[in-house]
Design a protein around this ligand. Structure first.
Ligand SMILES: Cc1ncc(C[n+]2csc(CCOP(=O)(O)OP(=O)(O)O)c2C)c(N)n1
Ligand code: SF4
Ligand SMILES: [Mg+2]
Length: 351
């Protein structure tokens, strides 16, 4: 079974938003991810942000690649347009859809493998073109769906569950997005809903490439040697009547802390994230300072979270190309065919 629908009934007194819709109207099918996966928290934050903004779900187009993260669009905005593309190819599909119909709200959801490994080129070109989209990378440093290989965002010298040490340097997608000219760049943590929901809402209101690099722990690939509840132990000590993978449910990791503070978060595998939330006097309007700050804090082993950079006057790909206001897919024959006289003139100008 690839998806499980949710029961339709709900409490009649559920709070409604400005459109008269409840949270349930912004949800999708039941998640089939591992219990405690950070990606589910991001799904909940997307649901909350869209509810808060009174977004009509059918005005949203959600697109993804392949991966556990890329499965998540099934779990929110069930009434939205959806397209689950090929691994690493979501950005080009989103670009095409956006060019054809500029009137929809484009929400791309991807993983660190999807965007920083196989899809790095696609990510880079979508960002530099300034496509009007929200692009969320659910970043766990591994290929969760294919059982925990390092992705290109994994830190040098980090250890996989099998004890392999990663010798490659990491790609920082927020730093890269800044360098590529994204007009909204943020980083957050799946367990910090108080920070993440407003960031998603702000990104949805931004007209340009809005990138959110969201750290999202993978609970499945975190076995400790010697644990009797580890993935390997259970498999080795289990007479198989079915070929099943057993994944232990964990509670989601949460972290709430004030602006300007540093918070250490221990992940399920024992590794530690050192998060620094931007101070309230941080100025997010200076691209160069944002880049310098990211690198400076990274040198201290800290991961900066918050709104790193925003250009409130951003213009998108359609403005760069000078396309008409009417979505291209709504143009009729009259607009698309200028008539033989004008065509003759164009042809003459090209001789
Ligand atoms: C062209 C292609 N190559 C490889 C794969 C196998 N594959 C599926 S998902 C995945 C990695 C997913 O990692 P990530 O994007 O980080 O998502 P996560 O599962 O960690 O959320 C890979 C390598 C594939 N489906 N297609
Ligand atoms: S394998 Fe990791 S990323 Fe995939 S659903 Fe499980 S916890 Fe989430
Ligand atoms: Mg991943």
């Amino acid at each position: 079974m690839t998806y499980i629908t949710k029961p339709k009934f709900h409490h009649p007194k559920l709070p409604v938003n400005g459109l008269g819709l409840t949270h349930r109207d912004y949800e999708g099918t039941i998640s089939t991810l591992c219990a405690g996966c950070g990606h589910d928290s991001i799904t909940a934050a997307i649901v909350q942000a869209c509810f808060d903004l009174d977004l009509p779900p059918h005005r949203v187009a959600k697109l993804s690649g392949i991966g556990c993260s890329s499965k998540t669009p099934a779990y929110f905005l069930g009434a939205a347009h959806g397209f689950n593309s090929v691994h690493g190819r979501m950005p080009s599909v989103l670009t095409g859809a956006n060019l054809a119909n500029r009137d929809l709200i484009y929400l791309g959801v991807s993983g660190d493998g999807d965007s920083a490994s196989i899809g790095l080129g696609q990510f880079a070109h979508a960002v530099r073109r300034g496509i009007n989209m929200v692009y969320i990378v659910e970043n766990n440093g591994v290929y969760g769906l294919t059982k925990g290989q390092f992705s290109a965002t994994a830190d040098r010298n980090s250890k996989s569950k099998r004890g392999v040490v990663n010798r490659d340097g990491p790609i920082d997608l927020a730093a890269l997005a800044l360098q590529l000219g994204a007009t909204f760049v943020a980083r957050s943590f799946s367990g910090d809903k108080a920070q993440l929901v407003p960031l998603i809402a702000a990104a949805l209101s931004h007209r340009g490439s809005a990138i959110i690099d969201c750290l999202s722990p993978c609970v499945a690939f975190n076995n400790h040697a010697g644990s009797t509840k580890s993935f390997d132990f259970v498999r080795e000590h289990n007479a198989a009547v079915n070929r099943l993978d057993v994944i232990e449910g964990r509670s989601q990791i949460e972290a709430q802390y004030a602006p300007g503070e540093v918070e250490t978060v221990e992940q399920h595998d024992g590794s530690v994230l050192v998060l620094r939330k931007l101070a309230t006097d941080y100025d997010p309007h200076d691209r160069l300072s944002a880049m310098a700050y990211l690198h400076e804090r990274a040198a201290h082993g800290e991961i900066v979270t918050g709104l790193l950079y925003v250009d409130p006057d951003a213009v998108d790909l359609h403005a760069h190309l000078g396309t008409v206001e009417t979505p291209l897919n709504a143009l009729g024959e009259n607009e698309l065919c200028p008539g033989s006289e004008i065509l003759t003139r164009i042809n003459a100008s090209l001789r």
